[in-house]
Ligand binder design. Structure first.
Ligand code: 5GP
Length: 186
């Protein structure tokens, strides 16, 4: 399907400024503790490496890769773990790092999955929040930006695996309105 970059929603400078603010808030809130950042591949990878460098605490990193069943990014809520965590999270302070929360169904699944593994605490940091389309109840502790209900790419977010390397977030224009088809892995 034909796709073209539309308007820039959040420019690179605004993203970097917000990442520094989030890093400062997280550093304050977890002062004196060690934090495990759990990134959700692939979308959150770009945000996670910038965020990790903005946090002034001892930090360790781990990654989960998940995909929802079916060909569409309209999440069904049935999530498959493609890559599990490398190490135990028992007794750890865990911060889940997400690129975007849309319906919240993927995040709801991930939170239940992590809580069952005995962490000391689990909080969530997302770069983008599409609040208007929420279907699952999830608490987000740190939010970069609330955005309208449009399909966005850049700064980790893809369309058919492309655009992840853009330093900004932009709207994607598609020839038809089937924006979700072909968007691939989360
Ligand atoms: P959920 O609906 O479960 O909250 O979101 C599931 C996943 O859909 C997100 O992690 C993300 O990978 C994908 N997604 C949702 N909205 C967008 C979007 O605007 N752009 C891109 N590239 N992916 C999105």
């Amino acid at each position: 399907m034909e796709a073209a970059l539309g308007a820039t929603l959040i420019d690179a400078e605004a993203i970097q400024r917000r990442v520094r603010e989030l890093g400062a808030a997280i550093s304050r809130d977890y002062r004196g503790r060690e934090l495990l950042l759990v990134g959700v591949l692939k979308g959150a990878a770009v945000f996670l490496v910038d965020l990790a460098r903005a946090i002034e605490l001892p930090v360790t990193l781990d990654f989960l890769a998940v995909s929802s069943y079916g060909a569409s990014t309209k999440t069904s809520g049935i999530v498959r773990i493609l890559k599990d965590l490398d190490a135990s999270i028992e007794g750890r302070d865990v911060l889940v790092v997400e690129d975007i929360v849309d319906s919240g169904l993927t995040l709801r699944y991930i939170l239940d999955y992590l809580h069952a593994r005995g962490p000391a605490s689990v909080r969530v940091c997302t770069l983008l929040d599409k609040q208007a389309t929420r279907r699952a109840e999830v608490v987000i502790d740190y939010t970069g930006f609330v955005i309208p209900n449009c399909f966005v790419v850049g700064y980790g977010l893809d369309y058919a695996e492309l655009y992840r390397n853009l330093p900004f977030v932009a709207e994607l224009r598609l020839a038809s309105n089937e924006a979700s088809e072909g968007a691939g892995a989360l």
